[in-house]
Ligand binder design. Sequence first.
Ligand code: PEP
Length: 241
Amino acid sequence: MIVAANWKMNPELSVAAKLASDYCAASVAGVTRILFAPHPYLVPIGVRLEGSGILLGGQDCHPSAFGAHTGDVSTGMLRDCGASVVLLGHSERRADHGETSELVAAKAVQAFSSSLSVMICVGETLAEREAGNALATVLDQLAVSVPPTLPTTALTIAYEPVWAIGTGKVATAVEIAEMHLGIRGWLDEAGFDQTKILYGGSVKPGNAAEIFAVPHVDGALVGGASLIAADFDGICAAAAN
Ligand code: PEP
């Protein structure tokens, strides 16, 4: 199981440092923990994580190695700051920055060339689900976002229904099962048979066990609850069970 924390643009550095130390204090056997920290925090948070086994990740990268891209961050820079993984195609980046699946694929190729593994997010909007297009939307996103050349072990997929992110609404076990089965089938067909599939969208300690019991759910990507150490630990404990 994998449990990944997406801190997004939170919290202030002193709080972040304490949170990272609190993560380290929890003993979680059999669960891979990943922390996607804000880019300016990678180095100081990485220092806190040393020896904990928690992997450090960036929340985005540029598809080029270097260049005139003011404000952007390269995969080599992420690597140099201690990251071993990068989160790509989060719905907030797709919505706020107009990121396309083609761009996500280009970033994934660049990330792998810098020896970073990638976690690619996919998920439908409420309108797409209500129109009966949830699975088709997600499979279309996978087909374009996932570079066929990526090794299966360098890729993780996070299925995050957009309507469940930060809203407190969680997909039902049936909805999650249908989607994860569809994603599993697509991945296996495309040769990504070792790729894990995480669920994301208002995962909390109180609903984590039920979500982790769904077939083909290999863990969770956690936003809001990852900002409270006890909640993140509770989700990791549910994954360990
Ligand atoms: C996320 O942003 O990836 C996420 C799942 O957020 P939340 O847990 O707050 O819904």
